[in-house]
Design a protein around this ligand. Structure first.
Ligand code: TYC
Length: 117
């Protein structure tokens, strides 16, 4: 036999196992904010895109100074790949698309990609 008391109809089971005042359980939900992932935008070398065109892209799309743009272009030219900047996903995606569009308009094979930083 059970020694539990039967609940009378109309009784409220407030789950605190007594007949006293109901004890509330306060739950606090903590909203965890995450820092957004960042993405490196990369330029790839090729044999055909003019150096001056790449420097212009780095100045106009990636807001490099003339000297920085030349340095990044030469690094890509010599090593095969180089970082133009690190951005949130949406900004990186937009810059990759802008480079693709301008390169295509000028019929240069310049390739630009992004990767998680
Ligand atoms: N290699 C190209 C040339 O000699 C120049 C170049 C640099 C092309 C960087 C692409 O991402 C690039 N004309």
């Amino acid at each position: 036999m059970s020694n539990q008391k039967a609940m009378m109809s109309g009784d409220r089971d407030d789950h605190d196992n007594d007949d006293g005042p109901q004890i509330g359980v306060v739950e606090k939900t903590r909203t965890r904010t995450k820092r957004p992932s960042m993405y490196r935008v990369l330029l790839l070398n090729d044999d055909y895109t003019p150096m001056e065109f790449v420097v212009d892209i780095l100045e106009q799309i990636f807001h490099k100074s003339r000297d920085e743009a030349v340095a990044v272009m030469l690094n890509v030219h010599q090593s095969g790949v180089g970082v133009c900047g690190v951005y949130s996903f949406d900004v990186a995606e937009t810059k990759v698309a802008q480079v693709a569009m301008i390169a295509r308009e000028h019929e240069h094979p310049l390739q630009c990609t992004m990767e998680k930083a």
